[in-house]
Design a protein around this ligand. Structure first.
Ligand code: ZN
Ligand code: ZN
Length: 329
């Protein structure tokens, strides 16, 4: 198979020939059709996340069909289409796993980070952590549902019943979350980089009622905000935009340092929290919600061999929606 290999930070991704992986007990071997490209992939490539598997096949928003099911797999049969998300394995025994918080399992393995992912023609995955993809979604459009959608949805659930929702950073996750939030009857206020008129127009086209620069105050206080951009300076800005009793959710896996800020910004029972990873229950819930909205994803395709270019484009920002590798074109 062809696979894109990440060797270490500072070294360009390389497209190489590799033997096909083999499905072990409990695993499925997949033919990859599409794999989303995520901000987290950039954090790994930049050495901002600790101890990745090296060399590594990146990619944790995998859509593929089962080629072969390993011993003991009765959940999926050859030919079935499945999605593989970031959470690749958990211990099943720790206090987090036993209390519905497997996203916090200390021994968890993550697709495209501590185990090989989907920037390849074939991959293997633990069948218990895969889910069926809603039938109406083509492979490419389904890919960003698996992280941008799913972890964005988890972040949205932590805003409770907030009616006025602020979103900082309008990339792949926000373009999906805006649609879900509007469908739930919330009002969306989108903050983008200074002068990003294109991003603002895109946010409005998806239902945001107000758009502004992240340094601008919103026209009215917000009930909750979600920060998707990895920029710590947005935390005080988001707290300042959020009403008493409101929540600020940091949805990324990495963020630059948060500058010191006045206690007054947190006072008034505001909550500041992060969202880490996902549980399988999140995946099932979101895959059920997405077609009901229905969430429509904007996805720009890249051939497998151009994974490095896709990451460079993601770094540049200013994209409408998501990027994904397409392996069926
Ligand atoms: Zn991701
Ligand atoms: Zn565990």
């Amino acid at each position: 198979m062809q696979a894109v290999i990440f060797r270490r930070p500072g070294v360009s991704l390389e497209c190489v020939e590799r033997p096909d992986p083999v499905a072990g007990p409990g695993q499925v071997l997949l033919a990859v059709h599409a794999c989303g490209v995520c901000r987290t992939d950039l954090h790994i490539v930049d050495g901002e996340l600790d101890s990745p598997k090296l060399p590594l096949v990146l990619g944790h928003q995998i859509v593929g069909t089962v080629v072969e099911a390993g011993a003991g797999v009765d959940r999926f049969a050859p030919g079935e289409r499945v999605g593989v998300p970031w959470l690749g394995w958990t211990c099943g025994r720790c206090r987090y796993c036993l209390t519905g918080r497997e996203n916090l399992c200390g021994r968890a393995l993550f697709t495209g980070y501590t185990i090989d992912g989907g920037f390849a023609e074939r991959t293997v995955a633990d069948a218990r952590f895969c889910f069926p993809i809603p039938a109406g979604y083509p492979d490419l459009q389904a890919a960003p549902l698996l992280c941008a959608g799913l972890i964005g949805y988890r972040a949205l659930t932590f805003t409770g019943d907030a009616e006025r929702l602020g979103l900082f950073g309008f990339g792949a996750a926000a373009h999906i979350v805006t649609q879900v939030a509007r469908w739930q009857g919330r009002r969306v206020f989108a903050f983008t980089k200074e002068g990003d008129d294109h991003g603002k127009a895109f946010a409005r086209s998806l239902g945001a009622e107000w758009t502004g620069d992240s340094s601008e105050p919103p026209p009215e206080p917000l009930d909750a905000t979600i920060i998707f951009a990895p920029a710590g300076e947005l935390v005080p800005a988001a707290l300042a935009a959020t009403e008493r009793g409101g929540t600020v959710v940091c949805a990324g896996i990495h963020m630059t340092d948060i500058p010191a800020f006045s206690y007054e910004l947190l006072w008034g029972e505001r909550t500041l929290r992060s969202v880490a990873n996902l549980t399988r229950a999140d995946g099932e819930a979101f895959m059920e919600v997405a077609p009901r909205v229905p969430v429509r994803t904007e996805v720009r395709p890249f051939p497998l061999a151009e994974a490095g270019n896709a990451l460079a484009m993601l770094r540049g920002g200013g994209l409408d929606g998501a990027l994904a590798l397409s392996l069926t074109a």
